[in-house]
Structures are given as structure tokens and as C-alpha cells.
Design a protein around this ligand. Structure first.
Ligand SMILES: Nc1ncnc2c1ncn2[C@@H]1O[C@H](COP(=O)(O)OP(=O)(O)OP(=O)(O)O)[C@@H](O)[C@H]1O
Ligand SMILES: [Mg+2]
Length: 333
């Protein structure tokens, strides 16, 4: 099966997509149902950068894995260019068209494989799937790999092993590997969270340059609103498995509508370092994320929200459009 070529359809659409996990079952008790992602709507255009932000455990990685076919939805529908998103895997029709960059550059590369071979691997997998038709021959693959190493600033280092590189350099190699098949979508799951601040900026700039050059769309996941704002013109804010606010970065970084987004802004290390920004922001959100095994009634954020009232405790707020492209799930926004 081949996927349809570019026909003007959105690149990726998630329609009320949910992913539940059964946890804690045993001999004497039934498994509980953990709602990691609960009814998410998302649409991405080709070449777009969409940011997904939220605190640890809110379901970002689960959503990222749903978006690239590494997980299948428990409910709802995931579409890639208008057709049901197939499961990821070497023989998948999606292979090479969707890639992922992970948080940890130390565990995402095989320590026993030369980095040039690691970057070539997805191209070789495509060649194995497609045979002689349209796949690159080995010498052409090696030229592509050499060009990618030059693009990420590591020209001529293909023969080395991962342990010979720093964390930032390894993340560059992970980016080169993700770009190798010229994918249409790259899911970047916290790609700079494990790196120190100066190296973070290098990797973010590299990702932006690579997008200009090769044109992939990015679903860019981070817990830091400032990082997401640097990369993405459009941002979605996730809380306990649901999207609670979505809009252009100018609005979300300047005057967000949802109290949770405001609290996230206040928690961004970059913005906290700026005294001017600090004066405008509330305190970072107090308390822990509630368990997705037993989400609160009404608005899921109400137990931690300074503005919550009776209605928030009882009724889940519907989406409210505050201006075109900006919507919030909050009664009081
Ligand atoms: N395979 C799994 N089995 C059971 N529960 C899972 C599984 N994967 C994720 N979860 C649970 O789903 C919820 C969301 O996890 P997820 O990894 O998507 O969060 P996250 O927002 O990426 O967090 P972090 O910022 O820490 O990476 C968590 O409560 C997690 O424990
Ligand atoms: Mg995660």
C-alpha cells in the first residue's frame, strides 16, 4: 500500500483521539484505565511547526507517538494526508515519511554502530522495502549521509562511534538521522531538554535551518513555553490528557487566556530570568498533576486553579474561540 501524494489535505489530523492504558491489573484486582490522551483534536499543514507544551506526565509523548504511528489510538481517528495513519515499522507505508527525535541523545544511538551507518539506516531500510524502484543505491546513500553530516556541522565524522561525541553533537546526529529520508513530519519530543542552555540554542537553530532547507513539518514537544515559542508560530497547551488552549505564539506568550498557560509561562526558566516578564506573571502552578487514572470532575484544572468556582468543579468547560485561531477551554478566560 502506498499513501496518497500531496493533494492539499492536511498533513496530519487527529480527530477526538484518545489513548488509554490498562495498568495495575493482577490476580486479585481488575486493571485500571489510565487516560493518557483524552479526546484531542489536532490539525497540521505541510511544513508547519506546531508546538505542544505541558508539564511532566500530561500526555505529550503519548500524543507524539500517536502522531507518528508508534501507538494506535484507543478511540478517535488519526489521519495522515487524509488516509488512516498506518502503524510505524520498517515495512510501513509511513516509513521514511515520519521521523522522531527523542530527548535523550545518549540512548537514542546504538553505541556499537558507527554514526554514519546510524544515519544511513533509515535510507537502507527504505531501499530494502522498495527494492530497485526509487530507492537509493549504496554509494548515493553515502553521499546523502556525507551531506547531512555537513548540514549538522559534523562534516567528515561519519566513521566515529557515539561515545566520541558530546551530548549536543549526538543530538545533531539524531537530527541528521531524522532528516535522512526527507520526511514530511518530524516529531521532536523534548529534543533539547537534556542539553545545557548554550547547546540548546544551537540545536534549535539547526532544526530551524533544516526546516528551511528540507521543509519537514515539526510537531515540537517541550515542557518549556519559551522553547516552544522560539520554534513554533502556533502552540497547543496540554493538561492531563486534553488540550486546554491553542493559538498563535504572540498571544500565548504575551497574554494567554487559560490560567494553566499563565502558570506554565511563569514556570519557564528563561522567562523567570527576565525581571520585566516576572512582574507580569502569576506564581507558577502549585501542587502536583492529578492522576490520569482518576481525573477531577468538571474542568480538570480546577483543583489547582486560583480562579475556580462552583461551575468549574461541576461542568467541563467547552471550547471558546476568543479570536480566529485562538481558543480556550475555560469559563473565565
Ligand atoms: N505504556 C504505558 N503504560 C502505562 N501508562 C503509560 C504508558 N505510557 C505513558 N503512560 C502514562 O501516561 C501518562 C502520560 O505519559 P507521557 O509520557 O505521555 O507524558 P509526558 O507529558 O510526555 O511526560 P514527560 O514530560 O515527563 O515526558 C503518564 O501518567 C504515564 O505514566
Ligand atoms: Mg514525554
Amino acid at each position: 500500500m502506498r499513501l496518497a501524494p500531496d493533494d492539499g489535505a492536511p498533513l496530519l489530523s487527529l480527530r477526538r483521539v484518545s489513548r488509554f492504558f490498562r495498568v495495575g491489573g493482577g490476580l486479585w484486582r481488575d486493571a485500571a484505565c489510565l487516560r493518557a490522551v483524552d479526546g484531542v483534536e489536532l490539525e497540521m499543514r505541510p511544513g508547519e511547526s506546531l508546538g505542544l507544551v505541558g508539564e511532566s506526565g500530561c500526555g505529550k509523548s503519548t500524543l507524539g507517538r500517536l502522531a507518528c504511528g508508534l501507538l494506535s489510538p484507543s478511540g478517535g481517528e488519526a489521519l495522515f494526508r487524509g488516509a488512516p495513519l498506518p502503524a510505524a515499522g520498517p515495512g510501513s507505508p509511513l516509513a521514511g515519511r515520519v521521523q522522531m527525535v527523542f530527548q535523550d541523545p545518549f540512548s537514542s544511538l546504538n553505541p556499537r554502530m558507527r554514526v554514519g551507518n546510524a544515519v544511513e539506516e533509515p535510507l537502507a531500510a527504505l531501499a530494502a522495502r522498495d527494492g530497485a524502484h526509487g530507492a537509493l543505491a549504496p554509494d548515493a546513500r553515502r553521499r546523502v549521509v556525507a551531506e547531512l553530516f555537513a548540514t549538522v556541522g559534523l562534516a567528515g565524522m561519519e566513521e566515529r562511534y557515539p561515545h566520541e561525541f558530546s551530548g549536543g553533537q549526538r543530538q545533531r546526529i539524531a537530527v541528521a538521522r531524522a532528516l535522512a529520508t526527507r520526511p514530511e513530519l518530524i516529531v521532536c519530543d523534548e529534543p533539547v531538554s537534556a542539553l545545557d542552555a548554550s547547546v540548546q540554542a544551537q540545536i534549535l537553530n539547526l532544526l530551524r535551518d533544516a526546516q528551511e532547507r528540507y521543509g519537514p513539518a515539526y510537531l515540537f514537544i517541550s515542557h518549556d513555553l519559551a522553547v516552544v515559542g522560539f520554534m513554533c508560530p502556533r502552540i497547543m497547551v496540554m493538561y492531563l490528557g486534553q488540550i486546554v488552549e491553542e493559538g498563535p505564539r504572540e498571544i500565548l506568550l504575551d497574554h494567554p487566556g487559560h490560567p494553566y498557560t499563565r502558570a506554565l509561562l511563569a514556570a519557564s526558566p528563561r522567562l523567570a530570568a527576565d525581571p520585566e516578564a516576572r512582574r507580569r506573571l502569576p506564581e507558577p502552578v502549585a501542587g502536583e498533576l492529578p492522576s490520569p487514572l482518576d481525573p477531577p470532575s468538571g474542568c480538570r484544572f480546577h483543583p489547582r486553579c486560583p480562579q475556580a468556582d462552583e461551575r468549574c468543579r461541576e461542568t467541563a468547560p467547552p471550547w471558546r474561540e476568543l479570536s480566529p485561531g485562538w481558543r480556550v477551554r475555560c469559563f473565565r478566560a
